[in-house]
Ligand binder design. Structure first.
Ligand code: COA
Length: 577
């Protein structure tokens, strides 16, 4: 037996890559150059080929491992090589030369892709005049950049739709050579006007890809997006895109494809590949799968050459949610689902896909409901005097262009209560068995929008006055309704307020917005007879429903919290102290 180490070749400039797929198992016989691992740098995913033909005798690598040049990932018994050895007998298969030539090939592949990505990035910056600020826009035709020396590379996925707004470097289309999958990034930030290619088209350097309107100065927003990770904005953006596509009918093709894909996700004849088997998917699809927690080996591909598309991942998630509703078991949930009857037996029904935002909200609500032992404390605050004062400010509000509703008073009272009872201003880190105490007071406000519930965050509520809080709440609620919130504006809350006071109701049990540990529900204030010790007095009473995580907060503290809110709102002079 002649065992040879399988070493990671020079990674062409990338210090470290992550293993995203192990394509072979111990005992497998491989030909030289057969792909054995798929690795991903921050720019490209590449398959590492077997340096020799033979039998895999050891494999010491798993998905998620980080690899650098020279790492040994296994061994191959080259004596067990098939006929390929004979054919190649003139070559030194086990010698350094072969090893080196494989190293060189993989190095070149990664190097060229990285270089190309860098070139495209800097070309994009120069061309788009990123340094230019201020208004104005211009039309640009985006062309296919250098494709690692390849020509006629098929488009396997189009990542944008006409009308979409994209940031610089956002993937526009995915192409696949016979060695690697590459995303062609946008050299500009702007709006996609016209897509000039379709799936299956073969592209070469210099071909026209799409037409864009480039907003000059749009780069600042991008930078912010990059700073904040952009995950949540991506959700709302995508939602916006699909809304738009649905409205103007351009989403028809995607929609059909998603529907088809969803149907096939439910196809009981589909046999997922065995663990460790090869999964074809581009970096953007893999990223989406990681974000949504989808196991790609279980997703049925609908793209060319069994490639998994974004639609397939989304359809897989939808299918799992549907299964949960219908009583099927969902990966990882571990709880029985709710079986749905066939509603059509009772009358006409129609079904529509959930938006990404709805899926995200449903997932978060369920996570919180299942993980957090909820208790709700009900109370009332006498806001008779507060309301008299608030109404007295109507004219001042009109002058400032700000409407003073009860919400800013409630925000201020909650900030004071969080300072007085800091056990509400914490998060629990159950993994490390630690309580995270926050020294800042940022409060989320639930906003009801036509596209779903959003919770923008007002920062440093303890340091702001009523007018400022009123103006910020109004501005954030408007932005939420116009889908203009940035991810940073929805992050970092210590506590949330959900006010249904403008709508109605007497009490409700809000769900804690984890990892916060409490949320205040506010219902509609109503005049009530209140006994003052001698007689009933008509008082305006504001119903409060404080839901809390009983792991972090005990019932006595919850009662203290709502008592304190009652005192602060009952006599708002306390808010000044
Ligand atoms: N009792 C009585 N009236 C109330 C009240 C209360 N608790 N809270 C507000 N109002 C009044 C306001 O004063 C205003 O009346 P006016 O026009 O006569 O002055 C009216 O109700 C509408 O107020 P609204 O525009 O809703 O402002 P707000 O500052 O109270 O609330 C939002 C702002 C963003 C919180 C609110 O619009 C919203 O979206 N609420 C829904 C949140 C939600 O869906 N939560 C559920 C999560 S599960």
């Amino acid at each position: 037996m002649s065992e040879q180490d399988i070493k990671v070749p020079d990674l062409g400039g990338a210090d470290e890559v992550e293993v995203i797929e192990v394509l072979v198992s111990k005992g497998d016989t491989v030909e030289e150059e057969d792909p054995i691992l798929t690795v991903e740098s921050d720019k490209a995913s590449v398959e590492l080929p077997a340096p020799f033909a033979g039998k895999i005798t050891k494999l010491s690598v798993k998905v998620g491992d980080k690899l650098s040049e020279g790492d040994v990932v296994g061994t191959i018994d080259t004596d067990s090589a098939g006929g390929g050895d004979d054919e190649d007998s003139g070559e030194d298969k086990t010698g350094e030369d072969t090893d080196k030539s494989k190293d060189e090939a993989a190095k070149k592949e990664l190097e060229e892709k990285d270089q190309d990505a860098e070139e495209k990035k800097s070309a994009g910056k120069d061309d788009s005049g990123k340094a230019k600020k201020g208004g104005g826009s211009r039309k640009e035709t985006v062309k296919v950049p250098a494709l690692d020396g390849f020509e006629n590379v098929p488009v396997i996925e189009i990542n944008v739709s006409e009308g979409d707004f994209v940031g610089e470097d956002d993937p526009l289309v995915t192409v696949e050579s016979d060695k690697a999958t590459m995303e062609i990034p946008s050299p500009y930030a702007g709006k996609v006007d016209k897509i000039l290619v379709k799936e299956g088209d073969k592209l070469s350097e210099g071909d026209d890809l799409l037409e864009m309107t480039v907003e000059e100065g749009a780069d600042s927003g991008d930078e912010e997006e990059a700073d904040t990770g952009g995950a949540e904005e991506e959700t709302s953006d995508k939602d916006e895109k699909s809304d738009k596509a649905d409205k103007d009918g351009k989403g028809g093709k995607d929609k059909d494809r998603a529907d088809t894909s969803e149907d096939t996700q439910g196809d009981s004849t589909y046999q997922p590949p065995t663990p460790g088997a090869k999964v074809h998917a581009g970096p953007a699809v893999r990223k989406l799968a990681r974000e949504l927690g989808a196991d790609l080996t279980k997703v049925k591909p609908s793209g060319p050459k069994d490639r998994i598309l974004k639609d397939d991942v989304e359809a897989y998630i939808r299918q799992n949610l549907k299964k949960a509703q219908e009583g099927g078991s969902v990966e990882g949930a571990g709880i029985p689902g709710i079986k749905l009857p066939d509603f059509s037996q009772f009358g006409e029904v129609e079904r529509e896909s959930m938006s990404r935002m709805m899926i995200a909200t449903a997932t978060n609500m369920q996570k919180s409901w299942l993980n957090v032992p909820h208790v709700t404390q009900f109370d009332e605050a006498d806001i008779t005097e507060m309301e008299a004062f608030r109404k007295g400010q109507k004219q001042a509000g009109e002058k400032k262009g700000v409407k003073l509703t009860p919400l800013p008073f409630i925000l201020k009272a909650c900030a004071a209560a969080l300072e007085e009872l800091p056990q509400f201003n914490v998060s629990l880190d159950m993994e490390r068995k630690e309580v995270v105490r926050k020294k800042y007071v940022h409060i989320g406000i639930a906003v009801d929008t036509p596209h779903g519930l959003m919770v923008p965050v007002i920062r440093d509520v303890d340091q702001k006055g009523l007018w400022q809080l009123a103006a910020e709440a109004q501005e954030l609620a408007d932005k939420a309704r116009d889908k203009k919130l940035k991810p940073a504006e929805m992050q970092g809350a210590c506590f949330s307020i959900t006010s249904l006071g403008g709508i109605g109701g007497t009490a409700f049990t809000p769900i804690v917005n984890t990892p916060e540990v409490a949320i205040l529900g506010v219902s509609k204030a109503a005049m009530k007879p209140v006994w003052d010790g001698e007689a009933f007095q008509p008082r305006l009473m504001l119903p409060l429903s404080l839901s809390y995580d009983h792991r972090a907060v005990n019932g006595a503290d919850a009662a203290r919290f709502t008592n304190l809110l009652g005192q602060l709102l009952g006599d708002i002079r306390h808010l000044l102290l």
